[in-house]
Ligand binder design. Structure first.
Ligand SMILES: *[C@@H]1O[C@H](CO)[C@@H](O)[C@H](O)[C@H]1NC(C)=O
Ligand SMILES: *[C@@H]1O[C@H](CO)[C@@H](O)[C@H](O)[C@H]1NC(C)=O
Ligand SMILES: *[C@@H]1O[C@H](CO)[C@@H](O)[C@H](O)[C@H]1NC(C)=O
Ligand SMILES: *[C@@H]1O[C@H](CO)[C@@H](O)[C@H](O)[C@H]1NC(C)=O
Length: 279
């Protein structure tokens, strides 16, 4: 800027009407300086304006960056929160409950159930999960021809075939309301049946079964009435015949044990799982 001003002054001095009269010279130089000053002032003002404009732009940019930084920090906080939620969910002991298929990737998990003092096999996927499996015959490595005591206490292995135990069933259904589901493969077909309630009485009452009538499923298609015939049936084993069928012990004749009512049994299955879920 200064150089522009000096250049102007020099140019003016060189080309202007410089009179010999000293007063005129003074006056001429005065006007010249005023013009130069004016020019400088205008130039400076314009530059200042531009600088201010740039400054505003920089300020706006700064604000935007600060905002972005805040966003990034808060989204990192969010994801930290999500992470810590996930961690605390993993740390909490899992419960066999409906809706768990979203969080549990395995088809089943083995859990400790303090209320019955036993481990349980929890079906985490069927119909959104939450099923305590109490009978499983899938592998064929376990003999189900067992005595009363064994059915009372349970037998087999939770990762294979097993019976959870009548005492456990009684304790569970005494404490809470449960629905019942049976998954069943026969002749290459998949069937299931659901009953809105299942109750099992105590040992004194021969672990008598209580069911609400068959509510939904496909098992009824091959048995006519699903499990409903077992409703109000007492439990029978080869050494304790509690069924109402005279002169025949169904547990012996069917080589198993069940809540026989009329001595009928599903014989066709290659896979069965009986399970219950809190309602
Ligand atoms: C410079 O310009 C501004 C506005 O353009 C004016 O207000 C100010 O008086 C001027 N200064 C001089 C020394 O001319
Ligand atoms: C998020 O968690 C990591 C690791 O636990 C930690 O280093 C980081 O400081 C946390 N970030 C925020 C914004 O809390
Ligand atoms: C959970 O169950 C629901 C309903 O049956 C189903 O739509 C969903 O795909 C299942 N999710 C998983 C992870 O299995
Ligand atoms: C039931 O079977 C188990 C295992 O075979 C046996 O140890 C037990 O003595 C039997 N109980 C009765 C009452 O027969």
């Amino acid at each position: 800027m200064a150089s522009v001003g000096i250049l102007l002054i020099v140019l003016a001095l060189a080309t202007g009407n410089i009179s010999a009269d000293a007063q005129d010279v003074d006056k001429g130089i005065g006007e010249l300086l005023a013009t130069a000053m004016n020019f400088l002032n205008q130039t400076l003002s314009r530059l200042l304006e531009q600088s201010l404009e740039h400054l505003h732009r920089v300020e706006a940019l700064w604000d935007r960056l600060t905002e972005l930084e805040h966003n990034m920090i808060s989204s990192r906080l969010d994801s930290n929160q999500t992470l810590s939620n996930l961690e605390s969910r993993e740390q909490k002991p899992p419960v066999c409950e409906r809706g768990m298929n979203e969080t549990v990737s395995e088809p089943f998990i083995i859990l400790a159930d303090d209320s019955i003092g036993k481990q349980i096999r929890c079906d985490a996927h069927t119909d959104t999960g939450g099923w305590i499996v109490f009978q499983r015959r899938a592998v064929g490595d376990v003999d189900f021809y067992r005595n009363w005591t064994e059915y009372r206490d349970g037998f087999g292995s939770l990762s294979g075939d097993f019976w959870l135990g009548n005492e456990a069933l009684h304790k569970l259904t005494k404490e809470h309301s449960y629905e019942l589901r049976i998954d069943f493969y026969a002749d290459g077909q998949v069937y299931y049946a659901q009953y809105p309630t299942i109750t099992v009485e105590d040992e004194e009452n021969k672990y008598r079964l209580g069911l609400d009538p068959y509510s939904e499923g496909t098992l009824g298609e091959i048995t006519g009435s699903g499990l409903s015939y077992s409703d109000r049936g007492s439990f029978s084993t080869f050494d304790q015949d509690n069924n109402d069928y005279p002169n025949v012990n169904c547990a012996v004749s069917n080589h198993g044990a069940w809540w026989w009512y009329n001595g009928r049994v599903h014989r066709y299955a290659t896979f069965t799982e009986m399970k219950m879920r809190r309602v």
